[in-house]
Design a protein around this ligand. Sequence first.
Ligand code: KIV
Length: 275
Amino acid sequence: MQAKNTVLTFRQAKQENKKLTMLTAYDYSTAKLIDESGINSILVGDSLGNVMLGYSSTISVTMDDMIHHGKAVTRAVKNALVVVDMPFMSYQTSVYDSVVNAGRLIKETNANAVKLESAFFEEIAAITKASIPVVAHLGLTPQSVNSLGGYKVQGITEESAKKIASDAQAVQDAGAFAVVLECVPAKLAKYITQQLKIPTIGIGAGRYCDGQVLVYHDMLGMVSDFKPKFVKQYANLGETMKSAFSNFSEEVQNGTFPTKENEYNISDEIIEKLY
Ligand code: KIV
């Protein structure tokens, strides 16, 4: 039997140089499948704004959205460590707000940890002090898309590479138990991974990170309009689903579904009494 993944699993993996795996999930059925496949951690990402709700960014995602989807995920999960994203403006406004909102996410969803983006060291320290484990998120931080000027690789100049490396050290010092590095050069992620005692989880940050995270819609080929080079597509479920949907439509139209095998029976005597 598999053991429940905890912050200790993450700490031990770093010490033993064992790779960690994380995938996003936003609903019960998918979370159950991911959990049963032995993935270490499930992230209820605010990317749900893009892939579940059809927004063009994560900016509009609310606390209620995160709680709704977080609850669905934790109902399914037995072994993975569940991390819920803190949505835009749930921690940027004050240290107090960050603790209250992190507390709501944990109490109302039953998740194990929260994740927040960018260099909010005081907020990370306060949330950690409240016994809520925190995953930090540096590099391309999608909630800052407007100030970053788009979804671009980060840390390619000397100044920005130094800033991401020193922020990584500072989020560790503030108490984060892991840090997601998104869309940064592989050698910068390697340097940070070597410097830190906590695991780095990469997405578009190359092979030297302590672990990897992907949005499940991307790795299953469920989105046709978004194919960044850091994603490996492990299946083409988008095409499989479309073909199943059109087969269903065709079979209903031409009468091949449903058949007798799909029907429930009633005695002729009862039916005759209806006429
Ligand atoms: O919201 C999300 O899915 C994320 C991942 C991209 C790490 O933050």
